[in-house]
Write a protein that binds this ligand. Structure first.
Ligand SMILES: Nc1ncnc2c1ncn2[C@@H]1O[C@H](COP(=O)(O)OP(=O)(O)OP(=O)(O)O)[C@@H](O)[C@H]1O
Length: 218
């Protein structure tokens, strides 16, 4: 199958340091690939660089089989004030904005209801996002991203602040939506248990290079 992303001989340099040198890898479509590597190896910087290339159509070393509109990035940190009066439903609905122009209001409402149900947020949709638990917040971030109809979803350490039960719940949900929505998922994580249980592939970054490991035979 055609890869969703191909990187060829990419050099990535930040002030005073080369993060990656002649980095090459392919990301398979329709699968969950975990991006791994020690703290500071450059996982987040790499993803942001790839998104910049996609945004600017700069393709010397990177080739995406999707457009920027079809990629959703869920960042590691969000600062949402506990007291900010924004309910979960309205936060999730921000994701519809990009596409809503092409849809009728009823279609948008149906889509929102479907995604809230898929991400198990229906019961708590009118609660303020700031008061939601860590697991609920991560499901809301995921739901907002899904509203934009991505083909590629990138999550940066989405499980970092979750307990074991919530980590597994989020990963099971991700694999479910991956199948239902025909998505490809890139998931930055340090968690060996999650990689072992849920990754189809692992892109391990080390010594300025990357190695793609298939986990499918597990
Ligand atoms: N704009 C920048 N200027 C200078 N240094 C930077 C910049 N952006 C990132 N860095 C440095 O690049 C290195 C890689 O950072 P990055 O956040 O990409 O690593 P990471 O692998 O995602 O780490 P973690 O697992 O801790 O989240 C770090 O040493 C960071 O301090």
């Amino acid at each position: 199958m055609k890869p969703i992303l191909t990187v060829q001989e990419l050099d990535l340099v930040i002030p005073n340091r080369t993060l990656f040198s002649k980095l090459s890898f392919e990301i398979p479509q329709g699968a969950l690939t975990c991006i791994t590597g020690e703290n500071g190896v450059g996982k987040t910087t790499l993803v942001k660089h790839l998104l910049q290339d996609l945004t600017s159509n700069y393709t010397a070393h990177t080739h995406f089989a999707v457009s920027r509109d079809e990629v959703q990035y869920v960042p590691q940190h969000r600062s949402i004030d506990d007291e900010y009066p924004l309910c979960i439903r309205d936060f999730v609905a921000f994701g519809l904005k990009k596409r809503s122009f092409f849809r009728h209001k009823k279609e948008n409402e149906a889509k929102l209801a479907q995604i809230l149900a898929e991400t198990k947020l229906t019961q708590i949709q009118i609660q303020p996002l700031g008061r939601a638990s860590g697991g609920e917040k991560q499901r809301a971030y995921l739901a907002q991203a899904l509203c934009a109809d991505p083909k590629l979803l990138i999550l940066d350490e989405a499980t970092a602040s979750l307990d074991t039960t919530n980590k597994h719940e989020l990963l099971r949900l991700l694999k479910q939506v991956m199948q239902q929505h025909g998505l490809t998922i890139l998931f930055i994580t340090h968690d060996p248990e999650l990689i072992e249980m849920y990754a189809d592939y692992e892109l391990h970054l080390e010594n300025q290079r990357g190695t793609l490991i298939s986990k499918e035979a597990k």
